[in-house]
Write a protein that binds this ligand. Sequence first.
Ligand code: CUK
Ligand code: CUA
Length: 672
Amino acid sequence: MPERDLAPHPTHRLSTRRTTVLAVAGLALALVAACAGPPPGQQPVLSVEPGDTEGVIAARGLTPDDVYAAVKTYTPTGQKDDYVLFASGGHSGQVLVIGVPSMRLLKVIAVFTPEPWQGWGYSDETRAVLAGGDVHGKSIPWADTHHPALSETGGEYDGQFLFINDKAQARVAVIDLRDFETKQILNNPISTSDHGGTFVTPDSEWVIEGGQYAAPLGTRWASLDEYEAEYRGMVTFWKFDREAGRIDPDRSFALELPPYWQDLCDAGKLVSEGWIFCNSFNTEMATGGIEDGRPPFEAGASQRDMDYLHIIDLVKATELAAAGRTTEIEGFPVIGLDTAVEEGVLHFLPEPKSPHGVDVTPDGGQLVISGKLDPHVTVFGFEKIRTAIEEGNFSGTDGYGVPIIDFDAALVKQVEVGLGPLHTQFDNQGYAYTSLFLDSAVARWSLGNGPTPWSLVQKIPVHYNVGHIVAAEGDTVSPDGGYLVALNKWSIDRFLTVGPLHPQNFQLLDISGTGESMRLLYDMPIGLGEPHYVQMIEAAKLHPWEIYPEIGWDPGLQAKREGAPENGDERIERRGDTVEVWMTTIRSHFTPERVEVKKGDHVIWHITNIDTAKDATHGFALPGYNYNLSLEPGETTTLEFEADTSGVFSYYCSEFCSALHLEMTGYFLVEG
Ligand code: CUK
Ligand code: CUA
C-alpha cells in the first residue's frame, strides 16, 4: 500500500443522507426526552404512514439517484444475489463472503486465525491445519491477507477453490469451496514476507507467491552492508493438485530474483499463457537507516523514474526445475538467478514510477502497469515483449545480468488517468477501470479495442483512499461488467463514528452502461482488517454442499472416514489408561451423555453428527479442555487429549439447534 495522501479529502456530496441520519438520531433523542418533534424544516421519517413510499423519499431527502441505487441493490427476503465477493479479511486473517448487489455479508471463512463459531482452531484437526502455518515452530494465529484468487479452468473462475496469501509471514492457504473451509496452510520456506500472491495460472496448475521485502533467502543472517550480494527477492510457484485439493510442496519450486522488492504479479492468459509478470520497486536497493542520516526508505526507494517489470517464462522455469537445475534452500528447490539469466527465464522491462499494479487484459495481449507516482497507466504489448526478447532488443542489463527490454519497443500506449493509479480491472465492453489512490476516484478508460480507444472516459469519486477495485469476473478471460466494487481504506465521514479506528468502505458502483454513466450504488462498512483485494464470481458457478454428502464425513479428507461413529456405534471402551469414546449427536442429544475417566487417562473421542437436516449443525463445547467444535450435518471429528485436570465438565451443544437445545448436554467427569 502506498503512502497515504495527507491532504484533506474533499467531502464530495456531503450527503443529505448523513443529515437525515443525524436528524433521525436527533429525533430519537427527542422522543426519549419526550420533547417536541424533529428539527425545524425536517419531516420526521417515523411519522410517515407505513406504505407511503413517496412520503419516505421526501422525509429522508432521497434524490432520484438515491432511489435508483436503492432499487438496484435492495434484495427482498428470499431473493439471492447474482455475484459473490471473496474478500480478503486483511489483518483478520480471514476471508469475507459477500453477496452482490445486496452487499450482505454471507460468511466469514476462518483461514489463518482461530474462529470459535466454526470451531476453527478449537479441534485437533483444524489445529493441525493452522499448524501448517507455524513459522520456525512458532504458532502465528494472525495474518495480513492481501490477495484472494479463485481457481480457474481455461481462464474462467470455476468456483472450486480459493487461495489467499499472508503478506506478513509469507504463507498461502487453500480453501475448498465445496464446504468453504480452509484445507491447507503453507509457510514459504525461503522468504519471510510476500505480496505478489496469490495469483493462479489459467488452469490453476500453479499458485504464484511473489516476495516483497528482500532478505537472505531461507533463514540466514547477513549484514545490510552486504545487501546487493546477500539479499534476494523471489517468486514461488506452488504446484496445485486439484484432485487432492492441496498444494503439493514436493512439486513446487522458487525462482531467485534480485533484491528489488517484488510487488504484485499476474499470470498471462490466452496468448500470454505460460508467462508470469511481477513488478517491483526499490530497484535503488535502498536499505533505510534514517536514524543514521541515510535517506528513508520512502525517498531512497523512489529515486529512479523506472523500476523493473519482471517477465518470467514459467514454461522454461518449470523445465529447469524438472531437470533439477535448482539448488536447495531450506530443502526447497530454487532456480538460481545465474541459471535464470543463462537460460533466458527472466527479463526486465522498465516501468514507471513507483509501480504497484500489473494487470493482464482479458485477451492476454496487453499488460496495464500503474505507477503510484505517475498519473498515467502504461500499457505494454505482450507480442512486442516477445519480439523484443527474440530479437534481443535490450537497452542493457541490470547489475545482476538480467537483460532489460527496451521500453519503447514494448510500449503500446500511456493513458493519463489521474493521481496515484494503483490497480486495474476490465469489463465486457472494452473499458478498463483504474483505482486512483490520491484522487480518491475510479477512472474508466477505453482500451485500444474499446469504444473510444485510449481515452479517459469518466472519473467517479469514491470515499476514500481507494486501493484495489474489482469488477464482476474481472480477472478472467471474459469479464462480465455490470458491477464494480471499490475497496476504500478508512471511511472517515461515511458512517456513524465508532472511535478513531474507522471501518473500511466497500463501495458498489454500477458500470453497466457506457460513457459517463458510472454511478455509485451502495456503501458497505467493513469493520475488520484492511481487505486489499477481492474477486467477484458469478453466484451460479458456486456449487457448495448444503450438508456433507455422507454420515461420517471428514472435511480434512473430503471423504467418509472409516470407523467414524454412526447411529448404533455409540460406546466407551477402556484399554489400560486409554479411554476411547464413540459419540453421535442428533437433535437434541449426545450419545453417550456421561463420559467418566480418571485423571491421567489418555482420551480419544470420536464424534459424528448423524443429523441430515440442513439446519442441524451441533456444537460441542468442552470447557476446561479448550475444545469447541462445529459439527455440520454428517461431519465427524476426533479429539485426543490427556485428562490432566480433574473435575466435572458439562459438555454442551453450542448451537441453538432445537427447542430442547439447552438439554443437549452431557457430563465429562475426570476423577482424581
Ligand atoms: S495491495 Cu493493498 S491496495 Cu497488497 Cu494488492 Cu494494492
Ligand atoms: Cu445441538 Cu443445540
